[in-house]
Design a protein around this ligand. Structure first.
Ligand code: G4P
Ligand code: NA
Ligand code: NA
Length: 190
């Protein structure tokens, strides 16, 4: 998606050769017009797939996920990293280890929002080691829901997330694929 790649080049910053800072439009401040384009771009590929839910994880997955859900006219669920006060006791849960942050989070979705009737698009802002996405597909499989694809805004292709997910049979669809962040520059996969 050209608009996204242009935005990454103009507004992204490379930190330590493996981290891309995009807090001015995706992970902190959000560019709604860009999110809307992202939503349309993904939704166009899945309009005939009978998607019933979009599933993401808080926090930075929510913005792109909502715009995809808006386009496909389906609800958007975000897995929580902390249990909310009002959450029912019936939860689907999975643990997600972040190699980047060196911490493990228990993520959860209420059983009432995801069932075996659902056909899901999983969405996240970044794909690095694939652990968050794996946790999300685990929640879907606990619910008996099927997963059409895993939609990623920015894939760091030099990390192993995509291959891990593909090995497990999931389709990974990323709008920006980064080959490397060498020399403080973003190199995309052509
Ligand atoms: P993984 O799920 O692919 O294994 O990712 P990893 O544990 O490495 O990433 C942990 C967190 O860091 C995730 O957000 C992920 O979206 C984010 N992240 C990974 N690589 C980058 C990067 O290059 N740039 C930025 N800006 N973020 C990155 P989180 O902390 O779990 O959630 P959130 O609340 O920030 O969305
Ligand atoms: Na994320
Ligand atoms: Na993030």
């Amino acid at each position: 998606m050209k608009e996204l790649l242009d935005k990454i080049v103009s507004d992204g910053t490379v930190l330590q050769e493996d981290v891309l800072k995009v807090d001015s439009f995706l992970t902190h401040q959000i560019d709604p017009k860009l999110m809307s384009l992202i939503g349309k771009n993904f939704a166009d590929k899945y309009r005939d797939k009978k998607i019933t839910k979009v599933v993401t994880i808080e926090s930075s997955g929510i913005a792109p996920a909502v715009f995809i859900g808006l386009e496909l006219d389906v609800p958007v669920i975000f897995a929580r990293k902390q249990k909310s006060l009002t959450m029912s006791t019936e939860l689907l849960t999975a643990s997600v280890h972040s190699f980047t942050k060196k911490q493990t989070n228990e993520i959860s979705i209420s059983t009432k929002f995801l069932t075996s009737e659902d056909h899901v698009l999983v969405v996240d802002d970044f794909l690095a080691n694939g652990q968050a996405a794996l946790g999300l597909v685990e929640l879907c499989s606990q619910a008996g829901a099927s997963v059409e694809a895993i939609n990623i805004v920015i894939e760091k292709s030099f990390q192993n997330g995509r291959s891990l997910l593909e090995e497990k049979g999931y389709k990974v669809d990323s709008l920006a694929r980064i080959e490397s962040l060498k020399d403080n520059k973003v190199h995309f996969i052509k």
